[in-house]
Design a protein around this ligand. Structure first.
Ligand code: G1P
Length: 277
């Protein structure tokens, strides 16, 4: 069973400055919903109710968002606007939120290691909220849990990208598993390689299922050239032992960490919900 989902949410969101000077980037809305809420909804729809959020300084709005707002609720009670809060109240009722602060920004691997006290010794999901996914049927985490239940090892979600984009992603090398057209046994991984050094065009997107031995690996690996601890480097060690599956998920992904992707996502959801903007 996967009971917990970790949301690394301590980054500065520099690409969205000045908007992200006082507002966490995870709270930027696509239409009327903050990015992080989409991620939490995806986890909930996979049957996960324990949301573990790695925050940092200046991110208190996240905690307030996933908490009761009595004043606002009582103001709106009985009015036509009451239903604006319905979804978020349901999420708050169904979920438990736990938080830890990442004191220094030392990479995604470090953020995940910071979340260890919230996770403990069990397999868990990771959602990077700025990769916003939309699926016709099951959400990406639901799809990945199915793969996890089959192989009982770490799982990364992948997408084929243009080769000139490899420098923005963790890239995998792997062999397609027998009788499958969407799952690979990962043999190697490289974090943000140049096009010429990339082992494939299969990029890791911000969805992971990790086994808890990842914490010890993260504790012991060396930081990269920038001084950051990368989850890709830790996964590579698991992969060398045949313990990582890459899964080409079904659905759409928007890179809402970039302004361009954010606009695309906004237009996509507006069209989907037939909102005139
Ligand atoms: C992180 C990971 C990278 C992965 C990406 C997915 O990079 O380090 O391997 O491909 O997320 O969004 P970031 O986008 O945080 O720089």
């Amino acid at each position: 069973m996967i009971n917990k989902c970790l949301f690394p949410a301590a980054g500065y969101g520099t690409r969205f400055l000045p908007a992200t000077k006082a507002v966490p980037k995870e709270m930027l809305p696509i239409l009327t919903k903050p990015l992080l809420q989409y991620g939490v909804e995806e986890a909930l729809s996979a049957g996960i109710t324990n949301m573990a959020i790695v925050t940092g300084r200046g991110k208190r709005a996240i905690e307030d968002h996933f908490d009761n707002a009595y004043e606002l609720e009582s103001q709106l009670k009985g009015t036509s606007k009451e239903n604006y809060l319905k979804e978020i109240i349901e999420i708050i009722e169904k979920s438990t939120f736990t938080y830890v602060r990442q004191k220094k920004m030392l990479g995604l691997g470090h953020a995940i290691l910071t979340g260890e006290p919230l996770i403990g010794d069990e397999p868990f999901a990771v959602v990077l909220a700025d990769d916003l996914c939309d699926c016709d049927d099951n959400g990406v985490i639901t799809q990945m849990i199915e793969i996890y239940n089959q192989y009982k090892c770490s799982v990364v979600a992948i997408e084929e990208i243009q080769l000139d984009q490899t420098k923005n992603y963790g890239i995998i090398a792997g062999n397609l598993l027998k009788n499958s057209n969407n799952t690979y046994q990962v043999t190697d991984m490289v974090e943000k390689p140049n096009e010429k050094d990339a082992p494939s065009n299969m990029a890791i997107i911000g969805r992971y299922i990790l086994t808890p031995d990842i914490f010890d690996i993260l504790r012991n690996i060396k930081p990269d050239k920038k001084g950051e601890i990368q989850i890709t480097d830790a996964l590579k060690i698991q992969a060398k032992n045949g313990k990582v599956i890459a899964y080409k998920f079904k659905g759409k992904r928007f890179d809402c960490g970039s302004v361009k992707g954010f606009i695309k996502a906004t237009n996509y959801f507006a069209e989907k919900l037939e909102i005139n903007i």
